[in-house]
Design a binder for this molecule. Structure first.
Ligand code: SIN
Length: 487
């Protein structure tokens, strides 16, 4: 099943205080390949006791880690980055087997995750303070930045490498230690990253990975333990709200990257081929299982039919299958529950008047063994269809026509989410209008891909708090201390 150049990357034990450890109960859980349903690993199923142990180790290690120089932290992060790149092929294989995305996309995710580590290796050296002019001559006002302390991270299954890297790297750069809990569906990538962190030479206790299926218990410890000073979470808005409540008890700092419902707007003066290419890139990346992927396509009426036809033609190039097979560019969904949810959303849209414009035909064998959903184009979707309100998280493109720019903006903003939005137009005036008015933390103009390590990734409204990536992210991992010096 695995064919790794370095089999040591495949770990099944958790990583606490520099040691690889089993659950105290010796319990394990199965990790499945979503393309086949086959069990690919049995991983330590930790609970509260081990999580608490990891937190204590992280809090202790953080004291020494914070006293290292920024340059030393930067060099370790750089070594870790280089190890990821060196093992990109093996890491991609592990990722594809546990998550399902096609191997080329998994390779791209490893490079994407590594880019955050490289970025924060550089940013570690640029955490600047400030000197402020006082109102009297006998004072000096200094601002210094100090690490927040031990951090907890809860990461999702859709980007098991990149989401972890983009939380761990700024934390370590700032002088924080971390206890990360990867999703139970995809713990292997996180453990492989921890193995490489160990190889890079991070001190014991600075990076800890707790694996387990009892997310509620582990989450309660990560949020309830006062030694944890900050939580960073990527996942659903519902769970994010629960974590906010849990962190309220001791007023922990929180970064949240929550659900999205991205509108993808194509105006009548757009380059249609570019818009279709952007639509395919945004919608079908990771089989539609990304928080920033286009969820609702609003297409101006005069180009609606042509856009639909061109998108259907572009979708013919989607080759659905096991991500390990060559030529496949769209993998399975993460679980059978995910397939059922997508089907229910499509059924609701059809019942409300939508029609299928195109659907990729699936090999029946795929259907019977893995969690596949056929890429589907839905036309004339009612503006109140459930999939315009909920994240589809599947390969379904739902097209809705509109007449005026104001109408498009109103429909786009008619959601409690505000993560990403997209707009295609050649007009400078309309670019400004849509960039200003779309209620989202990130807007892609004439592009369907907006994610990179240099830019601040995050949302507004119920899509989250704080930003990940970019120099802004470091601010989430430091406390500002103001020193009033009197002479
Ligand atoms: C996500 O889906 O949460 C992240 C996707 C990305 O970083 O582009």
């Amino acid at each position: 099943m695995f064919n790794l150049d370095n089999p040591s990357l495949l770990r099944s034990q958790a990583f606490i205080n520099g040691d690889w450890c089993a659950a105290e109960t010796q319990k394990t859980f199965a990790v499945e390949n979503p393309a086949t349903g086959a069990v690919i690993a049995l991983v330590a199923d930790l609970g509260i006791a081990e999580t608490s142990r990891a937190i204590t180790a992280a809090a202790k290690a953080q004291i020494g880690w914070a006293q290292t120089t920024a340059k030393a932290r930067s060099q370790l992060l750089r070594s870790w980055f280089e190890l990821l790149i060196q093992h990109q092929e093996d890491l991609a294989q592990i990722l594809t087997l546990e998550q399902g995305k096609p191997l080329p996309e998994a390779r791209a995710e490893i490079a994407y995750g590594a880019s955050y580590i490289e970025w924060f290796a550089e940013e570690a050296k640029r955490i600047y303070g400030d000197v402020i002019s006082p109102s009297t001559t006998d004072q000096r006002i200094l601002v210094i930045k100090q690490p927040v302390g031990a951090v907890a991270a809860i990461t999702p299954w859709n980007f098991p490498c990149a989401m972890l890297a983009r939380k761990i790297a700024p934390a370590l750069a700032a002088g924080c230690s971390i206890v990360a809990k990867p999703a139970a569906e995809t713990p292997l990538s996180a453990l492989a990253l921890a193995f490489l962190a160990q190889q890079a030479g991070f001190p014991a206790g600075v990076v800890n990975i707790v694996t387990g299926t009892d997310s509620a218990a582990i989450g309660a410890e990560l949020t309830g333990n006062p030694l944890v000073r900050k939580l960073s979470f990527t996942g659903s808005t519902a769970v994010g709200k629960q974590l906010i409540r849990q962190c309220a008890a001791d007023v922990k700092r929180i970064t949240l990257e929550l659900g999205g419902n991205a509108p993808f707007i194509v105006l009548d003066d757009a380059d249609l081929d570019a818009a279709v290419a952007g639509a395919v890139a945004s919608k079908f990346r990771n089989a539609g299982q990304t928080c920033v992927c286009a969820n609702r396509f609003y297409i101006q009426r005069s180009i609606y039919t042509e856009f639909g036809k061109k998108l259907a033609v572009a979708m013919e190039a989607l080759s659905v299958g096991d991500g390990m097979d060559s030529g496949v560019n769209l993998g399975p969904l993460i679980s059978s529950a995910a397939v059922k949810k997508v089907q229910a959303l499509v059924d609701d849209a059809l019942a409300k008047g939508a029609r299928i414009g195109y659907q990729v035909k699936l090999d029946q064998k795929l259907f019977s063994q893995g969690y596949f959903y056929p890429p589907t184009l839905l036309l004339d979707v009612a503006p109140d269809a459930e999939l315009t309100r909920q994240e589809i998280f599947g390969p379904v493109a739902a097209l809705i026509p509109f007449d005026t720019d104001d109408e498009a903006i109103a429909m786009a903003n008619n959601t409690e989410y505000g993560l990403a939005g997209y707009c295609f137009t050649r007009s400078a005036t309309r670019i400004k209008q849509f960039s200003d008015k779309l209620e989202a933390g990130m807007v892609g103009v004439n592009t369907g891909i907006i994610s990179n390590e240099m830019a601040p990734f995050g949302g507004i409204k119920q899509s989250g708090w704080g930003r990940e990536g970019s120099h802004y992210s470091i601010e989430d991992y430091v406390n500002i201390k103001y020193l009033c010096e009197n002479f």
